[in-house]
Design a protein around this ligand. Structure first.
Ligand SMILES: Cc1cc2nc3c(=O)[nH]c(=O)nc-3n(C[C@H](O)[C@H](O)[C@H](O)COP(=O)(O)OP(=O)(O)OC[C@H]3O[C@@H](n4cnc5c(N)ncnc54)[C@H](O)[C@@H]3O)c2cc1C
Length: 383
């Protein structure tokens, strides 16, 4: 499998997007302190997303006919990397741009594409992912939320949990059971677009360890949906979700979650003038790890650009990437604690506290470490 991850360079034509993305992000974020920028993934700013859309920086992988950039995964890599590097608030367009739009493009009807994709490219629609349930997280085949056919379309009953941005969302793409029971496992699962403003939908935010509420429980009580709410084929939900998870796990997003902290600490070293061998060795080690992960992520992107679905390789990058992201706050915290005479800027301290509290979630969201390692082991022929 490792032969598949060969070095790849970002094409010059896509690199050309970098100055625009950088300028855009830096101007928009100049006034924000690092502990706010460290929230990047959960930073919700619809105005920022709309401006990104207007600048042509969303929907880069989508065809022009739907308002997209007609470029590809490398272009998206460059833009996402620039946004995450400075901690831009990406939550309002994040899931739609990364996951929902490619899913609708690949499996949706022409009417669904026309309805949703141009608005996603403009940064106007917030989507969320309704996979997890109280009894179905790693084991998605245990999904119980049910959509039943009615004369007009579908009626949904059940519950989802940990739904990022459900409280801000326009639509959820939910994995639901349209036939059979949990004993049938993967058979009978389908994907359906749920209008979160529809009668019968209740969204209850959940606070995390940091006190922020960026995900929610969502309840469906006899929610009536039109017939064209179904995405793709009835009963094909499992295959569709597997393809969707490849988009979720293969971008550059799994290596930069703690990068605002790394940046703030580097700035601290500069400010206090600490450039001894130990500090430089640690900074060098962290930078080298990030550089290797970035090279691996670009190699994965090359596979996506070639039209492949690098599920195993993306799992490898996510597992190693989240280990790095989680190690950073502890490493930097230890370094600062070992230099008690240095005045630590309150912004750096707040950023360290926030990142320390949120880091455990990095290896849970998008599939846990253990599940990814199972996929990697299978890919290597070990299971
Ligand atoms: C910040 C955050 C955002 C999230 N956003 C969303 C979202 O938008 N939409 C959504 O649908 N979900 C979301 N989730 C949910 C996330 O995908 C699930 O939490 C995750 O898939 C794990 O499922 P679970 O919580 O049911 O844990 P479980 O599946 O019950 O797992 C518990 C533990 O057992 C381990 N385990 C389970 N099965 C195996 C196995 N076969 N082999 C080895 N170990 C195993 C797991 O690795 C884990 O350590 C989010 C989670 C977080 C933390």
């Amino acid at each position: 499998m490792f032969d598949a991850l060969t070095f790849a360079a970002l094409p010059a034509g896509d690199e050309a997007l970098r100055p625009l993305a950088r300028q855009f992000a830096e101007e928009a974020l100049a006034a924000l302190p690092p502990d706010i920028r460290a929230r990047s993934w959960s930073g919700f700013d619809q105005d920022f997303s709309r401006r990104l859309g207007a600048a042509g920086l969303l929907g880069l992988t989508l065809p022009k006919a739907y308002g997209g950039g007609a470029r590809g995964p490398f272009a998206r890599f460059v833009v996402v990397e620039e946004l995450l590097a400075v901690g831009a608030p990406v939550a309002a367009h994040w899931i739609a741009d990364r996951q929902s739009a490619p899913l609708i493009l690949n499996f949706g009807s022409e009417a669904q594409r026309q309805t949703y994709l141009p608005a996603i490219c403009r940064g106007e629609l917030v989507f969320c992912i309704g996979m997890s349930e109280p009894g179905a997280g790693s084991d998605l085949a245990g999904v119980r939320t049910r959509a039943e056919r009615t004369a007009e379309g579908w009626r949904v009953n059940g519950q989802k949990i940990w739904t990022t941005n459900a409280m801000h969302g326009d639509y959820m793409i939910a994995l639901v059971r349209t036939s059979g029971g949990v004993e049938d496992r993967r058979a009978g699962l389908s994907q359906i677009i749920i209008d979160l403003k529809a009668p019968g939908v209740t969204v209850r935010p959940i606070a995390d360890l940091t006190g922020d509420a960026h995900f929610a429980e969502v309840f469906f009580d006899n929610v009536d949906l039109p017939a064209d709410a179904l995405i793709g084929e009835e009963g094909e939900g499992w295959a569709q979700v597997t393809a969707e998870l490849a988009f979720e796990r293969s971008g550059p997003e799994r290596i930069y979650s703690s990068v605002v902290l790394l940046d703030a600490w580097t700035e601290h070293l500069r400010r206090v003038g600490r450039a001894d061998g130990a500090a430089l060795a640690l900074l060098g080690e962290l930078t080298a790890r990030l550089a290797v992960l970035r090279a691996m992520s670009i190699a994965c992107t090359a596979r996506l650009a070639a039209g492949e679905s690098p599920v195993v390789e993306a799992s490898l990058v996510k597992d190693l990437g989240t280990a790095f992201e989680q190690a950073l706050p502890a490493t930097i915290g230890d370094d600062l604690a070992a230099h008690p005479d240095e005045g630590v800027d309150p912004d750096l301290y707040r950023t360290l506290l926030y990142t320390t509290h949120i880091a455990p979630s990095f290896s849970l969201r998008g599939g846990t470490r253990e599940i990814l390692r199972g996929i990697i082991a299978r890919g290597m022929g070990l299971r």
